[in-house]
Write a protein that binds this ligand. Structure first.
Ligand SMILES: NC(=O)c1ccc[n+]([C@@H]2O[C@H](COP(=O)([O-])OP(=O)(O)OC[C@H]3O[C@@H](n4cnc5c(N)ncnc54)[C@H](O)[C@@H]3O)[C@@H](O)[C@H]2O)c1
Ligand SMILES: O=P(O)(O)OC[C@H](O)CO
Length: 336
């Protein structure tokens, strides 16, 4: 099958390698032709995925129309804040009529607060859409470390196609029909990863991290359900699974940003140092905060991340305020 991966970040590159391993004809497109040329010359993507050799069969193509021609799956691998621009370019390019758009980004557009499926529908209309999500750092997938993810689509056949093209001995793929839950799980966990990093940076303990993750998943599920996701999805790979990996991994970019913030560094300085590498949680904290206001869902951790990032609140004070919220039961009391 011809499959095109749109955007040359760490994740797009790792997924392109999986697809090459699985014997598909894979093309990788990137937004910067000069950088694509450098990758073609070195057969590496040192800017976004260090130390990994690109598969010999992987085609690198700067022309979007050529890259997409004849493809059965277009993997949308741009960070969510660049997705609108990429989809707008894509709209003007000839594509197969039954092509599957597989979003692998984990974020919510700022300003509009749209999830990626909403953005795709707005720009491309009613198309076959699926999302791939779950605990999966590019650095490990590219080294063929056993990993499990899930794909969600309203179109059962599309989900099964995605499952069969990606699945192999080191990548296990489950299917689901909960697109909203999968999109929100993958996006909201990045906000909590920032908080987890802050705790690491401030030198807090394992108890604190466990409390954050447990109360964090409750908050994600509450907001996710209010926005139309299924509660059980947040107990799965795209919920608690992704939250665990991102809050604990040395590979996590969002946790890294949080850790540096926790050490007292400024956000602008940390992001400058990361260059073009993206930590989605920074923007998603804003969207998540707005969505919680719209739905009247109580999201104390997300709110503290938001006020720390955007209103200059001291993260130590944020932790104190979370600890001293009104006492409450963990679960509502059983009446019978
Ligand atoms: N890295 C991972 O392990 C991983 C795993 C799962 C999901 N994701 C998700 O995949 C998405 C892509 O993340 P990534 O880690 O591959 O990105 P990355 O940080 O490795 O790379 C950044 C990407 O953004 C593109 N870019 C930078 N500036 C741009 C601009 N001005 N206009 C258009 N494009 C621009 C770059 O070309 C590159 O493709 C994110 O939503 C992320 O949450 C990442
Ligand atoms: O952990 P991060 O912040 O690098 O995000 C990468 C992926 O979403 C992990 O599944």
């Amino acid at each position: 099958m011809k499959i095109t991966v749109l955007s040359d970040g760490g994740w797009g590159t790792a997924l392109a390698s999986v697809l090459c391993d699985n014997g598909h004809a894979v093309t990788l497109w990137g937004p910067f032709p000069d950088y694509l040329e450098e990758m073609r010359r070195t057969r590496r993507n040192e800017r976004f995925l260090k130390g990994i050799e690109l598969p010999p069969a992987l085609v690198l193509e700067a022309d979007l129309a050529k890259a997409c021609a004849g493809s059965s799956i277009l993997v949308l691998a741009a960070p969510s804040q660049f997705m609108r621009g990429m989809l707008t370019k894509l709209r003007d390019v000839p594509r197969e009529s039954d092509v599957i758009y597989l979003n692998v980004a984990k974020g919510i557009e700022t300003d509009t607060c749209k999830r990626m499926s909403e953005l795709v529908a707005e720009i491309l209309g009613s198309v076959r859409y699926a999302i791939l999500s779950g605990p999966s750092h590019a650095e490990e997938v590219a080294r063929r470390v056993p990993t499990a993810v899930m794909t969600a689509s309203k179109d059962a056949e599309a989900a099964m196609t995605v499952q069969s093209v990606f699945m192999n001995q080191y990548l296990r793929v489950y299917t689901s029909d909960d697109v909203v839950g999968a999109e929100l799980g993958g996006s909201l966990k990045n906000v909590l990863a920032l908080a987890a990093g802050v705790l690491d940076g401030m030198g807090m303990g394992d108890n604190t991290k466990a409390a954050l993750m447990t109360r964090g998943i409750a908050e994600m599920a509450r907001l996710g359900e209010a926005l139309g996701g299924r509660h059980e999805t947040f107990s799965g790979l795209s919920g608690i699974g992704d939250l665990i990996v991102t809050c604990s991994s040395r590979h996590s970019r969002n946790r890294h940003v949080g850790e540096e913030l926790g050490k007292g560094r400024k956000l602008e300085e940390i992001q400058r140092e990361m260059g073009m590498v993206v930590a989605e949680g920074v923007k998603t904290a804003d969207s998540a905060y707005q969505l919680a206001r719209r739905t009247n869902v109580v999201t104390p951790i997300i709110d503290e991340v938001y006020t720390s990032l955007y209103q200059g609140k001291d993260p130590r004070q944020a932790v104190r305020d979370l600890m001293l919220r009104d006492p409450k039961p963990e679960l509502p009391r059983r009446t019978a």
